[in-house]
Design a protein around this ligand. Structure first.
Ligand SMILES: Nc1ncnc2c1ncn2[C@@H]1O[C@H](COP(=O)(O)OP(=O)(O)OP(=O)(O)O)[C@@H](O)[C@H]1O
Ligand SMILES: [Mg+2]
Length: 249
C-alpha cells in the first residue's frame, strides 16, 4: 500500500467533518473517492497531504507513519496533490508555473525547465508554455494544476476534482492523460464527481458521506450499493428506485 489513512477523525470546532474514516491506495492503482458535496473528501485529502492535522487517526505512506510530518516533507517523499480551487501564479507563464513544481527536485534552473517541458508535453500544454497562466481556459488551468503536481515527480498523486468544470469533450481528452500517469507507475487517489471518468479510470472506489466511508469496492459494485444511492439521493431513495424498477418491469 502506498497510502493508508487509518481511522481518521477531523473536527472543526463542533463540526465532525471526518468521522473515523479509513482508506487505502494500492501501489500502481487509481483509487477513487466519491461522495456528495460537503462529505469531507477535500478535508480527507488535506489530512493525507499534511495541510491539516487530524484530530485522531494515523496516516501511513509507503509503510512510514507520516501523521506528524509537514506537507513539504510529504512532497519530498513523493506525495503530490492538486487543489480543488485552481490558483496558478498569475504573473508567471505556464512554463514558469510548472518549473516551480520541478524545483522541488531540481535546483538547477535548466534542469527544472527540462522536466517542466516534458511534463507540459505529457499533459498537453506544450502550445501554451509561454503564455501567461492567467489567460488559460478552465480546461487549460486544470491541465496546469495536474502539471504542477506532476513536476514534483510524485509516487502518489492526489487529484481533487481535476475534471470539474470541463465539458464532455475536454473530459474525454484528459482521461487518457490520467491513464498515462498510472501507466508510468504513479499511484493515484482521485476525488471526482464525473462518474463516467470514475467508472472508466478507477480500480477501486470509496464513498464518503457525512464524514464516513459508507461503501467501498469495485466501482461497478459500489454504484449499485443501496447505501450509496441513499447517500446521493436521500433517505429511502434506494427503496423508491427499486419499486419504480419493479413497476416498469
Ligand atoms: N477549514 C475548515 N473550517 C471549518 N469547517 C470546514 C473547513 N474545511 C471544511 N469544513 C467543513 O467540513 C465539511 C467537509 O468539507 P469538504 O470541503 O471536505 O467537503 P467535500 O466532500 O470536499 O465537498 P465538495 O464536493 O463540495 O468539494 C463541510 O461541512 C465544510 O464546510
Ligand atoms: Mg471538495
Amino acid at each position: 500500500m502506498i497510502l493508508q489513512a487509518q481511522s481518521i477523525t477531523m473536527r472543526f470546532g463542533g463540526l465532525v467533518a471526518i468521522n473515523d474514516a479509513s482508506l487505502e491506495v494500492k501501489k500502481g492503482s487509481i483509487t477513487g473517492l466519491i461522495g456528495p458535496n460537503g462529505a469531507g473528501k477535500t478535508t480527507l485529502f488535506s489530512v493525507a497531504s499534511g495541510f491539516l492535522k487530524c484530530s485522531t487517526g494515523r496516516v501511513m505512506y509507503d509503510g512510514v507513519d507520516i501523521t506528524a510530518m509537514p506537507p513539504h516533507r510529504r512532497a519530498e517523499m513523493g506525495m503530490g496533490r492538486t487543489f480543488q480551487i485552481v490558483q496558478p501564479f498569475a504573473g508567471l507563464s505556464t512554463l514558469e508555473n510548472i518549473v516551480v513544481g520541478a524545483f522541488l527536485r531540481h535546483k538547477d534552473r535548466d534542469e527544472a525547465e527540462a522536466v517542466a517541458r516534458d511534463v507540459a508535453h505529457r499533459v498537453g500544454l506544450e502550445h501554451a508554455l509561454h503564455r501567461p497562466a492567467a489567460g488559460l481556459t478552465v480546461a487549460g488551468r486544470k491541465r496546469l494544476e495536474l502539471a504542477k503536481a506532476l513536476a514534483t515527480e510524485p509516487k502518489l498523486l492526489l487529484l481533487d476534482e481535476v475534471l470539474a468544470g470541463l465539458n464532455p469533450s475536454e473530459i474525454r481528452d484528459i482521461i487518457p492523460v490520467i491513464e498515462g500517469i498510472r501507466a508510468e507507475g504513479i499511484s493515484v487517489l482521485m476525488i471526482e464527481h464525473v462518474m463516467q471518468a470514475v467508472m472508466s479510470l478507477c480500480d477501486y472506489l470509496y464513498v464518503l458521506a457525512q464524514g464516513k466511508i459508507v461503501s467501498q469496492g469495485e466501482p461497478r459494485a459500489v454504484v449499485s450499493d443501496p447505501l450509496v444511492i441513499e447517500a446521493y439521493l436521500g433517505h429511502g431513495a434506494a427503496n423508491r428506485l427499486a419499486k419504480q424498477e419493479q413497476q416498469h418491469a
